[in-house]
Write a protein that binds this ligand. Structure first.
Ligand SMILES: N[C@@H](CCC(=O)N[C@@H](CS)C(=O)NCC(=O)O)C(=O)O
Length: 218
């Protein structure tokens, strides 16, 4: 059954989901939503997702909103990247909740303020500092293990990765968080990985990277 991801190429929240497909070698259909022209506010989109946000995943009769919930849905339905045991799965959920609240929000709102909304410098700085404090914790954690939860990449890493590769656009220099940089490097070496700037900019069928596809019935 095909997956359709309603998204926008500027969205790190959409990137999280695209990254799951990329690392899993799963093809999907991308439906571009113009979030800068009220594309999430129309009647048809609101019927699809009353939260009026992207990403939204459609899979058969199932419609799922909220990037981290989509990641959990995909992990559970494909058996990939969800965590190998109950203890790891709990850690995955903890990290997804925490990074989304502290790290992703800090980066994404600083970036939004700089690139799109013209926030006052002190407002941008508030969000940058929120992200910096989160980077401190992530960096300490990654001193002891290669991935956020367990000993292999999971949806916790994909969720946290939503905006870290866009940190420069948020005015954040990551140089001093060396363990986190190493983690970003490890993630970017995973088969199928792509940068968020490679998200489609119009409706598209997205094929997995060459040699990384899984059979449709897998
Ligand atoms: N908590 C949501 C946040 C989604 C979100 O903020 N989406 C933004 C793009 S990154 C959006 O759709 N903005 C357009 C709008 O609010 O109309 C998630 O994780 O999916």
């Amino acid at each position: 059954m095909r997956y359709t991801l309603h998204g926008n190429h500027e969205s790190g929240n959409c990137y999280k989901v695209a990254l799951f497909f990329a690392l899993s070698g799963i093809a999907y259909d991308w439906k571009q939503v113009d979030i800068f022209a009220q594309g999430t506010r129309g009647a048809a989109f609101t019927a699809l997702n009353p939260f009026q946000e992207v990403p939204v995943l459609v899979h058969g009769e199932t419609v799922v909103a909220q990037s981290d919930v989509i990641l959990r849905y995909l992990a559970d339905t494909t058996g990939r990247f969800g965590g190998d045991d109950a203890a790891t799965r709990l850690q995955v959920q903890e990290w997804m909740a925490w990074t989304s609240n502290k790290m992703t929000s800090g980066i994404s709102l600083a970036r939004f303020g700089i690139r799109f909304a013209g926030f006052k410098p002190e407002v941008v700085e508030f969000f940058q500092n929120r992200a910096r404090t989160a980077f401190d914790h992530v960096d300490r954690h990654l001193a002891g293990q290669p991935w956020l939860a367990g000993d292999k990449p999971t949806i916790a890493d994909m969720s946290a990765a939503g905006y870290v590769y866009l940190a420069g656009e948020a005015g954040l220099d990551l140089t001093r968080w060396k363990k986190m940089l190493a983690w970003m490097g490890r993630l970017s070496m995973q088969p199928g990985w792509h940068h968020p700037d490679k998200l489609p900019r119009s409706d598209a069928t997205v094929a997995p990277a060459a040699g990384h596809a899984v059979p449709d019935d897998d």
